[in-house]
Design a protein around this ligand. Structure first.
Ligand SMILES: [Zn+2]
Ligand SMILES: [Zn+2]
Length: 446
């Protein structure tokens, strides 16, 4: 049984020794951004780095995902440390891939450094042998819920069930042997300047929508066509009329993009596609807003006499941070940085964005704290991870130290944390819930 402080000091020294190595991984991922379920280069990079730590990871989980283990000296609970691999698309970002527009404008590249840094710390022989249990190292694909048509296509081909990385990890059983899970996300918000946690994130429902009309010569015989683009415009204006109907506390957001606005200007657009999002703080709020959005989408088709196909795809569930686990994380953040090192958000604070860590948090104790170290606008063209100490090194140390608290001393604190946690759903209930949110509708406005 190791001395906790001695083990934590050894863990921190191990992260410090890997500073250059970790920065090179973070930079390599930054230079090679890939969107969800296409992170093949990133997965290869992470796989190589895990191998350098002596971890043989299983790859190809949910197409590009990976999972490996560090086995402690004796049996006990399994704690997952997760890093996300995907980027979003922000074509104006200086590090954007010129062909795809993919850019790490959410800092997931830093998460890979954090996860590998924690892995390096915990794989120190003296540390690892003092742990009772295992650490599951996960590289998760596709957290950003984008490219919905592509993902829906993968689902139709049977390559995906649920359409985000951690959702699919759950479905495929990658979390079946995991008792607790943690990750840290970078932030550029002033309120997250060091570490922060608590509150919740919005959940969401995803819409893949096709407005269908009739093609005709746009100059010669527009009267014989049905414009799917006009239908979409009526629908989106109708969506805007709903905004004043939402309760402030529900943090509802309706938004989306037209992914295809027609095929040629000379032809009345007959196929217009929209990828939409319905976000809210609770499932009831999301359901209410989604019903309203569907009404508006139908209204567009009705007004023009066209058709609309609405696919509702199960998005993310609101996150719940496990109090015990967050406490362990907070204690170590404070140990590393002093009392101002961790800001706890009130439980009723809702972040407008969403994460599939929310789904994980509904079935097992999980946390998704934030760390500073980034600058610019999240998902914007100027987002950058600037301070590697705060964005990579310290989160790696704090996660490693938290795992030591949970799994050293016979995993007493880990067992206590587990005994106190009350995740609301079993995996089976989660899958049933998500299945019930899936719906396909064709509405005839003719
Ligand atoms: Zn993001
Ligand atoms: Zn993110």
């Amino acid at each position: 049984m190791g001395n906790l402080e001695g083990l934590k000091a050894a863990a921190q020294r191990a992260v410090d020794r890997r500073r250059v190595w970790l920065a090179s991984v973070v930079d390599a991922a930054l230079d090679s951004p890939e969107t969800g379920f296409r992170e093949f280069r990133t997965a290869r990079l992470v796989g190589e780095k895990l191998a350098e730590l002596g971890v043989r990871a299983q790859n190809g989980i949910a197409i590009t995902g990976m999972k490996g283990y560090l086995d402690g000296g004796s049996p006990g609970p399994t704690v997952a440390i997760i890093g996300e691999m995907d980027s979003i698309r922000v074509p104006g970002h200086p590090k954007a891939d010129p062909e795809t527009g993919a850019a790490h404008a959410c800092g997931h590249n830093a998460q890979l450094g954090m996860m590998l840094g924690a892995a390096a710390a915990l794989s120190e022989p003296d540390v690892l042998s003092a742990l009772s249990g295992r650490v599951a190292l996960m590289a998760a694909p596709a957290e950003e819920f984008i490219d919905v048509e592509y993902r829906w296509g993968l689902r139709q081909e049977g390559k995906l069930g649920l359409l985000s990385g951690k959702q699919e990890f759950i479905r495929l059983g990658a979390f079946d042997d995991v008792d607790m899970a943690m990750m840290v996300h970078t932030s550029a918000s002033p309120g997250d300047s060091r570490f922060s946690g608590g509150g919740t994130n919005n959940g969401h429902l995803v819409k893949y929508v096709r407005f269908l009309g009739r093609a005709a010569h746009a100059g010669g015989s527009p009267h014989r066509g049905v414009s799917a683009l006009q239908a979409a415009m009526v629908a989106l204006n109708a969506v805007n009329t709903q905004r004043e109907t939402f309760r402030q506390d529900d943090a509802v957001r309706l938004h989306g993009i037209i992914t295809s606005g027609g095929d040629s200007a000379n032809s009345v657009p007959a196929d217009v596609r929209y990828e939409g999002r319905v976000r809210g703080a609770t499932l009831d709020a999301i359901e209410d807003a989604a019903r309203k959005m569907d009404r508006c989408l139908r209204a567009g088709a009705l007004a023009l006499g066209g058709q609309v196909e609405i696919v509702s795809i199960p998005g993310y569930l609101p996150i719940r941070h496990d109090a015990g686990l967050l406490g362990v994380f907070r204690d170590n953040a404070v140990k590393l940085m002093g009392a101002s090192g961790f800001a706890e958000h009130p439980t009723d604070r809702v972040r407008g964005g969403s994460t599939d860590m929310g789904d994980v948090s509904q079935i097992l104790p999980a946390i998704h704290p934030y760390t500073g170290g980034a600058v610019g606008m999240g998902h914007g063209a100027d987002y950058a991870v600037r301070d590697y100490e705060q964005a990579v090194i310290r989160p790696a140390k704090v996660m490693a130290m938290a795992v030591i608290d949970l799994l050293a001393n016979g995993a007493a604190r880990g067992m206590e944390t587990l005994a106190r946690s009350r995740p609301p759903l079993t995996k089976a209930q989660y899958l049933e819930l998500q299945q019930s949110r899936l719906n396909e509708e064709t509405y005839e406005g003719r």
